[in-house]
Design a protein around this ligand. Structure first.
Ligand code: ZN
Length: 203
């Protein structure tokens, strides 16, 4: 048997052996494997892996010391990660990334900061067009058409625009216009969407 590894020490090359079970009085290998070097466990070859400090489900680790990584960040243009559901979208001519508000019929439509009749924004469109569409309730969206400014204070914040279905980094300033921060720029092309439930109506 190989020498046992210290706690949290990574194993260079695992030496997997199947754990044994018994079936009709015969000893048979099971699909549960353990590493002789470090003691990690895995089920099958591509499924769930358990070490003494980490639980891996595919590429998504639940790590006892570094938190829980639920989703990979979006790596492609016009993609999102986070809390995504499917809902009925009545209007969306602006496409992916458009801010959506909930109308009195319970469906979503493109938001505008012109007044609180078309606000607050509760979701971002993950799909283009109308119908049963994916919407982002909370998370990260990447759209390479964006060109956000990042920075502290008001500079990195993103608001609903007075142009229907658009976002802006400039606070609306007209009478009755809605000021609702809905997230902040992570980079020129990505925003963290965490819409404020509190919004102000400009006097
Ligand atoms: Zn190992």
């Amino acid at each position: 048997m190989k020498k046992r590894k210290k706690e949290q020490e990574e194993c260079g090359t695992h030496h997997w052996i199947p754990l044994l079970g018994s079936d009709k009085k015969k000893t048979v290998p099971t699909s549960l494997f353990t590493c002789l070097g470090c003691g990690d466990l895995k089920v099958g070859t591509q499924t769930i892996k358990i070490s003494r400090y980490r639980l891996d489900m595919g590429e998504l680790p639940i790590n006892s010391v570094a938190g829980i990584k639920l989703m990979n960040p979006p790596s492609a243009d016009n993609s999102a990660s986070g809390l995504i559901i499917t809902a009925t979208v009545d209007t969306n001519d602006q496409g992916i990334g458009a801010p959506l508000y909930m109308a009195s019929n319970g469906n979503l439509s493109t938001a505008s900061a012109t007044s609180n009749a078309t606000s607050p924004c509760v979701a971002l469109a993950v799909d283009a067009g109308a119908g049963a569409k994916r919407i982002l309730l909370h998370g990260v969206l990447r759209a390479d058409a964006w060109n956000w400014t990042i920075g502290p204070g008001d500079s990195g914040l993103i608001y609903v625009s007075t142009a229907t279905g658009a976002l802006s980094q400039v606070q609306p300033s007209g009478t009755d216009e809605v000021i609702q921060p809905i997230g902040w720029a992570l980079s020129a092309d990505a925003m963290y969407f965490a819409p404020s439930i509190l919004y102000l109506t400009h006097v």
